[in-house]
Write a protein that binds this ligand. Sequence first.
Ligand SMILES: *Cc1c(COP(=O)(O)O)cnc(C)c1O
Length: 394
Amino acid sequence: MENKVIPYGRQHITEEDIKVVIETLQSDYLTQGPKIKEFEDNFAQYVGANYAVALANGTAALHLCAMALDVNPGDKVITTPITFAASANCVRYCGGEVVFGDIDPDTYLLDINSVKKLLEASPKGTYKGIIPVDFAGRAVNLEAFKALADEYGLWIIEDACHAPGGFFNDTNGKEQWCGNGKFADLAIFSFHPVKHIASGEGGMVTTNDRELYGRLLKLRTHGIVKDDGQYTNSIDFAGGEDSYPLWYMEMQELGYNYRITDFQAALGNSQLQRADEGVQRRREIAKVYAQDFQGKNYVKGQSGIVKGHAHHLYVVEVSDRLGLYNYLREHKIFAQIHYIPCHLMPYYRQFGWKEGDLPHAENYYKHCISLPMYPTLTKEEQQFVITTIDEYYN
Ligand SMILES: *Cc1c(COP(=O)(O)O)cnc(C)c1O
């Protein structure tokens, strides 16, 4: 076992996955075939939303969400600095301004009080939206965020890339699944191989808003519509006599080619069938870590056991993080750091962000390390990870 690399996350491809991909490759469709709608319908049902739009990747999903919600140059949008850069970048693609709030040091999620402070410090209308992230798989309390957003007339994009299968309990005790569209206008997911469901590259937007759904479908394919009911040019112009000819289509706004392929959708759909199993196994792994680290003096904080946590990552905050990271690597355990705070990336520093702006996020970054967490991590491998950590500190 000493020789086998243990990454922090990895995909799990079964014979069944391979079979459905081959079948799709042998079908009439490589892109935009029936597998895409099937995947979308099943995914929407899985998270409890009305609509789903499959896309080329999670970043494309974020970009189209920002477009669909009309982010314009100068618009201010709030997000967390402890996330993958794409959560913030989507605002920049549309020329908007990213304002980072600080995190709650206990949950590692965007702190609603930090968001409140930002909103209270500016005239109403200054901010357009909030992008909370279900970081590490822990569901953001979107009921609370929605109340705040309504007070200030803001929209919400939930970045749920880490949290398919995650949920929080609302004030009535009801489970609210990440991406179910009850509180957020739009939610996004990624099917990059380190995420819960892998399709190579891939992404999804879920929503309960029919109008936004239509807009996303249009933006996914160049802003083109191919539906009589939506045309704005006259039948006469289109070359028809009393109806639009079959060849006719209209490009109505500037969209992109952000489509997923049919064989990726088939793979994603096949993986989706095992999503519950995967989350269950992740929760077991989390329990073992949580129990083992309880009371150990080198652990200052950890993801822990939280109801509804989807456990994309298992984060621990440790003393001498660099030493531990290197020691683990020497033993072929490839832990990872999630994340270097976005506001301190050179790209965002140019807008004036600097050290000291977001103390909780920066302090978290100094100590955090994500340990191996994926459904096929064996009990023995996890024990080896734990023993190696103990060895380092003893
Ligand atoms: C992976 C990820 C993304 C981007 O998804 P891609 O499919 O890699 O483009 C966005 N946000 C978060 C939080 C992610 O983890």
